[in-house]
Design a protein around this ligand. Sequence first.
Ligand code: GLU
Length: 375
Amino acid sequence: MANLALKQYRRLVIKVGSSLLVDDKGRLDRAWLHTLADDISYLMENNHEVLIVSSGAIAIGSAVLGINKRRARLEDLQAAAAAGQVQLVHAYQEVLGEHGISAAQILLTPDDTENRRRFLNARGTLGRLIDQSVVPIINENDTVATEEIRYGDNDRLAARVAQLVMADALILLSDVDGFYTADPGKNPDAEHIPEVATITSDMLAMAGETRSDIGSGGMATKVQAARIATHAGCSTIISSGAVDYPLHALSAAGRCTLFKAEGTPAAARKQWLAGVLEVRGEIRIDDGAARALHAGNSLLPVGVVEVLGNFRRGDVVTVVGPNGRELGRGLAEYSNNDALRLCGCQSANIEETLGYKGRSVMIHRDELVLFDSDS
Ligand code: GLU
């Protein structure tokens, strides 16, 4: 694989649309999936980290249960998702397994990316899987998510995942090869746009009129996904997956639309943290910990000397140095009660102190913003 275009992006979230994987009889296209797995294996050998967001559960499950998707009730679709998801993930497990790669199933609901406590859990688990070179296969938890609590489409779910894991690029694979000025199926003058620096409201309106694949998302959800991801510092690529070896094809200068990231994922995360108004508590740390933070490390319980305020895991707290100066702020991995019990605790003794297996850090470095670096 030439891999020119993707080389600059280390952590990739790849969204696979239903129409690529499943035909109208609900049969999985294993031959195509094999080519995707070959591409993923190549990327991982070349130091990329890969997460998959895959649709297809409802399409597969509808065939298994003999459900007509158009006339189906919500509980039919939820049952179909349950029956289809197991086959979907099994297929990924098989094709990746042939390359010696393990797959892991992750089912998310909006709460997992919008609620900060659950966000920390999902981020921690995904981070661990990525560290172990396991490929997370992510879908919406359709069996429990109902209308009012759904992402509804996997384009936006994939964008939230990209934001969660601070991905460098989000690749939306579907049956369209990019963004056009009009629906190319209806308008012969529609022009393909290879690169977008800023997503305008005109583009969102234009996307609303454009058709796309058989899944829930159309072009509108793809542009909305691009907006979420690019704001989070993650470049977004809309590219056709309707070819074998779709990532190889993309790398070999295949036609696509690139929505350029605004800044970096780390800068976006820090900007967001800096802007949170509700600060719930304070963690005072010793000199060694302050130096460790400025060297780019996480805050460990051993460096904590005092805990003030009333906060829960996932709340924003200020970090105060030995001279009483505010050093920065971050998301607490522990509630104030547990943080207090862990003051000065060595990481190896956390479980013994708390009576349960806790997190190894008090504030993870990705969830920490320092106000300046000369203190
Ligand atoms: N979560 C749905 C499924 O797996 C797909 C949603 C979408 O097509 O965007 O069937």
